[in-house]
Design a protein around this ligand. Structure first.
Ligand SMILES: Nc1nc2c(ncn2[C@@H]2O[C@H](COP(=O)(O)OP(=O)(O)OP(=O)(O)O)[C@@H](O)[C@H]2O)c(=O)[nH]1
Ligand SMILES: [Mg+2]
Length: 331
C-alpha cells in the first residue's frame, strides 16, 4: 500500500456519505495510485534518456527526440491538469456541497435551515437581524452531503456586530457552490426582488430563486413573480422542502457522477499535482526554447519528485534503475 492508499483508509473511516465512501474505496484500491504510477513511468523514461545525454555530453548526441518528448510531456501534463480539475468535484464529494442560504432579514432563512436539518438548530424570531453569525450544518441527500450555511440577513445596518455578520454573509456567498436566495413577498415587492437578483448575478455563483412563506401567498400575490420561475416553499409549514432538495441535487449535478473515475480528494495531493504541473510547464518551455540537457533533466526530476510526493516514493533510485534496466552501458 502506498501513501495515497493509506490516506484513503483514513478517508474511508471518516466518510459520512455514500459518495465519499465510494471515492475513498476507489482510491484505496489504487485507482489514483495506478494512474500516477503510469504517469511516473512515462516520465522516468523521458528522464532517463535525457540523463543519458548528460553522460555523453562531449559527443553531442541527442538520445531523446525532442518532438516525441514534447508530445509525451504534453500528454502527461493534460492528465495532471485533469486530475487537478477533478479536485473540485472530489472535494465536494468528500466535504459536502457548500450551500449558502441568503436573503434579506426576516425572509425565513433560519427557519429553512431548521426545516432542512429537521431540528431547531438556529434561533428564529420575527425580529429582523436575528442571525448575526453564520451557522453551518450538514445533511445527506440521496448519498450526497450538503453543508448548509445560514447567514445574517443582508441589509445596511448601523449595528457594528450585525454589519460584521453581513460581511461574513457576503464572504460565504462567494465561496458557495450554490446559493439558495430566499425571498419573502410579504416584505418585498417584485421590483425589490428583481434588484436583489441583479445584484446576486454579479457574484457569478449559481443560485436558486426561492420564495418563502407560500402559506401566506394567494395565487394573485404570486402573479408578479411568474417570470422568475421561482420555487415556492413554506419553511415554517415544511412545504416544498422535498422539491427544494430535488432542485439542489439537480443543480449540483452530482447524482450522476461516476465515482469510478479517478477523483482527487486530498488537498496535499492536489498541491503536489500543481507543483508537478509547474515543473512540466518548465520542461515544455525548455524544449521550445532550447536549454541544455542538464536544465531539462533538472525540471523533469522536479516533476518526478512532486509526483512521488503523492505516493511517497523516492524518485532518484527509480531513475537509476530505469537507466540501467533499459540501457547497457560500459560493458
Ligand atoms: N408564515 C410564515 N412565516 C415564516 C415562514 N418562514 C419563516 N417565517 C417567520 O418569519 C420570521 C423570520 O424567520 P427567520 O427564520 O428568523 O428569518 P431569517 O431570514 O433567518 O432572519 P434574520 O436571521 O433576521 O436574517 C419568523 O417569525 C418566522 O416564524 C413561512 O414559511 N411562513
Ligand atoms: Mg436567521
Amino acid at each position: 500500500m502506498d501513501l495515497s492508499q493509506a490516506e484513503a483508509v483514513a478517508d474511508l473511516i471518516a466518510s459520512n456519505s455514500a459518495a465519499s465512501h465510494q471515492v475513498a474505496m476507489q482510491q484505496m484500491r489504487g485507482g489514483f495510485s495506478n494512474q500516477l504510477k503510469k504517469l511516473r513511468e512515462d516520465l522516468v523514461h523521458f528522464a532517463s534518456l535525457i540523463e543519458l545525454e548528460l553522460d555523453f555530453s562531449e559527443e553531442d548526441v541527442e538520445f531523446a527526440n525532442r518532438d516525441q518528448l514534447k508530445a509525451l510531456i504534453m500528454q502527461i501534463h493534460a492528465v495532471v491538469l485533469k486530475l487537478i480539475q477533478s479536485f473540485e468535484q472530489g472535494n465536494v464529494l468528500k466535504n459536502g456541497v457548500p450551500v449558502v442560504i441568503a436573503g434579506k432579514p426576516n425572509v425565513g432563512k433560519s427557519t429553512l435551515l431548521n426545516a432542512l436539518l429537521n431540528e431547531e438548530r438556529a434561533i428564529v424570531s420575527d425580529i429582523a437581524g436575528t442571525t448575526r453569525d453564520t451557522i453551518e450544518d450538514e445533511i445527506n441527500i440521496k448519498g450526497i452531503t450538503f453543508r448548509f450555511i445560514d447567514t445574517a440577513g443582508i441589509r445596511e445596518t448601523e449595528d457594528i456586530i450585525e454589519a460584521k455578520g453581513v460581511e461574513r454573509t457576503l464572504e460565504k456567498m462567494k465561496q458557495a457552490r450554490l446559493i439558495i436566495y430566499l425571498f419573502d413577498p410579504t416584505q418585498d415587492d417584485i421590483d425589490a426582488v428583481q434588484k436583489q437578483i441583479e445584484e446576486i448575478r454579479t457574484l457569478n455563483i449559481p443560485f436558486v430563486t426561492i420564495i418563502n412563506k407560500s402559506d401566506l401567498l394567494t395565487e394573485e400575490a404570486r402573479q408578479p413573480y411568474a417570470a422568475l420561475q421561482p420555487l415556492y416553499i413554506s419553511a415554517k409549514e415544511q412545504q416544498g422542502i422535498e422539491e427544494l432538495k430535488d432542485e439542489l441535487l439537480k443543480q449540483v449535478n452530482l447524482a450522476n457522477i461516476n465515482t469510478d473515475d479517478v477523483v482527487v480528494t486530498n488537498i496535499r495531493h492536489v498541491e503536489a499535482l500543481q507543483r508537478t504541473s509547474e515543473a512540466l510547464e518548465k520542461v515544455l518551455y525548455g524544449i521550445d526554447n532550447p536549454v541544455t540537457s542538464d536544465f531539462l533533466a533538472m525540471d523533469i526530476r522536479q516533476a518526478l519528485h512532486h509526483l512521488g510526493e503523492i505516493t511517497g516514493t523516492v524518485t532518484t533510485d527509480d531513475l537509476l534503475d530505469n537507466i540501467f534496466s533499459k540501457f547497457c552501458i560500459g560493458k
